[in-house]
Design a protein around this ligand. Structure first.
Ligand SMILES: Cc1ncc(COP(=O)(O)O)c(C=O)c1O
Length: 368
């Protein structure tokens, strides 16, 4: 039986191993292990790739979101509007600064923050808005930015799943005051360990973030505010520089895979992800919806096809956030997506044959 992994990083490593190992060796020989020239080089390259002025490399995407909120002086008593349909880290960052996450429902087609719900959630305590480009699909940034600007609120894009995506021709990450990326190994641009970055066109934000990530040192061992050790290590900078050169070709392969899935499944009863004409989604995940998600997932597993669930429980119903007093039914679109979502295997090196096999099994399962 031919198995289909959900994600397989071996192919990418094999194709780049000589170059990668040479770069890692150079760092060992330089002995500049933390935040050396390899990370600054990557910062310049990633800023250019995202078409922005500044990139601040960090140890994780979670730290990027945390620092973004610190740079905007969001703190206790403040509210930050975001979605509940995201990885938990989006909400963690809000909690880390002592603010309160306020969750709004998503658009059922894009699966990102629904601008129709945004204005009603804004209060005098709102200090920022964090849309999430979920599964690689940019949120509806023109409408979100128009509302944010009307209320004088900064926007932080959570672009952890959307490296290289475009909205109305512009790269994700260029719309808000700050955008945050994760380079967790499974991401479209993945490190060989943990990694993250924030990008911005605001020089003062970049400068503050650079200081905060390095213990908020004004000079060596002098600290003007509470800082963190959120530096990126040099190995990750070197790996990311090498991999960045291939990101567009890898994203293109993901786009082709998504088209193939959609073509093969278009007459099925599964709800398929939308291909939006205003965006170039980079398909971090290809997520179908079915009320029989658990049965379908188990049946795929039985024939050697791995899948994933992003995410089984929305953040507003997580135990960690019971104190916020949300109830089941508060965010119906989010809750339905959590119950029905099933992420199919997708990674650049996935073969057309494997995609066909997944689709064939899915179509067969409909008739049982
Ligand atoms: C939407 C989203 N936000 C934030 C993060 C946090 O990134 P990291 O795991 O690098 O801390 C992730 C990834 O895991 C994510 O998918």
């Amino acid at each position: 039986m031919e198995t289909v992994p959900y994600l397989d990083l071996h192919g990418q490593y094999r194709s780049l191993s000589n170059e990668l190992l040479r770069a890692l060796e150079e760092i060992c020989e330089s002995t500049s292990f933390a935040q050396g020239s390899a990370t600054s080089k990557f910062e310049a390259e990633f800023a250019a790739y995202c078409e922005v002025d500044h990139c601040v490399s960090l140890n994780t995407g979670t730290s990027a979101l945390h620092l973004a909120l610190r740079c905007l002086d969001v703190g206790p008593g403040d509210e930050v509007i975001t979605v509940s349909m995201t990885f938990i880290a989006t909400a963690w960052a809000i909690s880390y600064v002592g603010a309160t996450p306020v969750f709004v429902d998503i658009d059922p087609v894009r699966r990102t923050l629904n601008p129709d719900n945004l204005e009603a959630a804004i209060t005098s305590r709102t200090k920022a808005i964090i849309p999430v480009h979920l599964y690689g699909m940019p949120a509806e940034m023109d409408r979100i930015m128009a509302i944010a600007e009307r209320h004088g609120l900064p926007v932080i894009e959570d672009a952890a799943q959307a490296h290289g995506a475009r909205y109305r021709g512009r790269r994700a990450g260029q719309f808000g005051k700050i955008a945050c990326f994760s380079f967790y190994p499974s991401k479209n641009l993945g490190a060989y360990g943990e990694g993250g970055a924030l990008i911005t066109n605001d020089a003062s934000v970049a400068q503050r973030a650079r200081s905060l990530r390095d213990h908020a040192q004004s000079q060596k061992y002098l600290h003007n505010e509470i800082g963190y050790n959120y530096r990126m290590d040099s190995f990750q900078g070197a790996v990311l520089s090498i991999k960045l050169k291939h990101l567009d070709e890898w994203n293109k392969a993901r786009i082709d895979h998504a088209r193939q899935y959609t073509e093969l499944l278009k007459h099925s009863s599964y709800k398929l992800p939308a291909h939006m004409s205003d965006s170039e989604c980079v398909w971090h995940c290809y997520v179908i919806e079915t009320p029989e998600r658990d049965r379908v997932r188990a049946a795929l597993q039985d024939v050697g096809i791995q899948s994933a669930v992003h995410y089984p429980v929305p953040i507003h119903l997580q135990k960690a956030y019971t104190h916020l007093d949300y109830r089941s039914g508060d965010l119906p679109v989010t809750e339905t997506l959590c119950e029905h979502c099933l992420s199919l295997p997708i990674y650049p090196e996935l073969s057309k044959e494997k995609i066909s096999r997944v689709a064939t099994v899915l179509l067969d399962l409909e008739n049982r």
